[in-house]
Design a protein around this ligand. Sequence first.
Ligand code: GLA
Length: 594
Amino acid sequence: MGGTNRVLAQAGKPAGLTVRGNEFLLDGEPFRIIAGEMHYFRTHPDQWRNRLDRMRALGLNSVDTYVAWNFHEPRRGEVDFTGWRDVVRFVETAAEAGLKVIIRPGPYICAEWDFGGLPAWLLESGNPPLRCSDPAYTELTLRWFDELLPRLAPLQATRGGPVLAFQVENEYGSYGNDQTHLEQLRAGMLERGIDSLLFCSNGPSDYMLRGGNLPDTLATVNFAGDPTAPFEALREYQPEGPLWCTEFWDGWFDHWGEEHHTTDPVETAGHVDRMLAAGASVSLYMAVGGTNFGWWAGANYDTSKDQYQPTITSYDYDSPIGEAGELTEKFQRIREAIARHAPVPEPPLPAPPPRLRPQTARPEATTGLLESLDVLSSPVRSATPAHMEKFGQPYGLIHYRTTVQGPRQTAGLRVSGLADRALVFSDGKYLGALDRNTPDLTIDVAVPGRTGRLDLLVDTGGRVNFGHQLSDPKGITDRVLLGMQALHGWEIRPLPLEDLSGLRFGGGTSAGPVFHRARMSIAEPADGFLALPGWEKGMVWLNGFLLGRYWSVGPQVTLYAPSPLWKQGENEIVVLEMHEAGQDIELRSEPDLG
Ligand code: GLA
């Protein structure tokens, strides 16, 4: 391919994606972007090709992906581009599937991903300036670009590769107006060898377009529904240039405790049809939603109600290609819409990936979390409670223990600066839970003897990924009050729960959260869905891999357990239930997202 580009250059034709008037050119020929978003970090790498093939079958010619900085550098200085994090291999795999690639490197990406893709260690000291030209933030983001961009630069279409374009930041106009910040990011990209088309992607409101764009950089818009008004707004801001909806929201995401979102396939395809008829380019957000495995789900913050809203584990998004690779009705309707305007690959369509047969397993062994603290982490001593990022902990739970002098009368225990829920124990007895969304709630604690032991186990949802509550350190950021008195002298244990192999499973019952181990035997790996009827809230590991969080408040009922995580024969399932365990774990062959 590189040879073609040299020939183009010699003939005076531009290589790669360029703009002429209201259209795109690819290697000098008219080109329209019909793309869909898929995040390599939300699909197991062994399934990348499977999903990319389906995107191609949908009639797409390109895939857009964000790059999630925190997925590559969860701990400061420990940068990883291997295996699941091999974004170069993802780009190459897309090219093998016949797709061009659009890169959205952030460093802030939003995306319903923990902290909008920013690494937790940025919050070590609490609440630093983010997403602006503050020198410390700028330096760290450019250092990250030093790692990332030289890997992607050789893959650009300007050099014969599949990468067409790069986005600068993400919907910056919804957040701030620091043009210097955008300029620094753009310069940082150019200095590191990015010579592709650059664009800024924003919501279609006036202030968003004004705050989130850069002169001399293509402006694009993001929206759901009818394209007429958003494209008019873009035209007003940018009178000439190709129209491109860089995020056409064809579905939506869910929060725990809220309704499951879906959109009508016919209506959604109608909007795609209208955009293509207008000669516009489009990126479906999402084409393949995928899964917020592990601790990676993000959260929103409703400032009008002062409520934290954690995002669920599934990121199916009601997208045309389902979380398990299903070709949905929306896939069929959008494919028909695309076919009216561009060639789509001939049938047959890719066959549905195989599913596991249903079965039920009853846990055979348990062990209490509070009894397992020593095998899971070592304690740190601190005069005051502190958030997990202070200890270099990127995610997980965090445990706080202190001793209070007695005897003293019953008083209300309250946590100021709690993210997100604290299970409170007095002398090993569970007293109840405190929650970030009910900050005035207290739990009565009595200390009848000379001393009393207090345990607070903090359970976390994802970090906020959108808006101005973006700094969302986890654990206890401020203080624990018993009545009027702040409690001091803490033993703190970070619990990232990355390695459960030290747990000593046995029988018996214990107070508080319990790990439950079950086994399931299967003939051949395939996709499955785990359900926990009667269980309340916690996490599930399959063969040591954290599938994510479950919660009986819904809407999500089943967790996607993809084929590459299963082994032929016996498989180990570990559930950490924070409250009341149910009896059985179900393996189902159909998802239930509520
Ligand atoms: C915005 C962001 C995306 C995503 C969507 C909602 O458009 O740019 O990252 O958060 O909202 O799904």
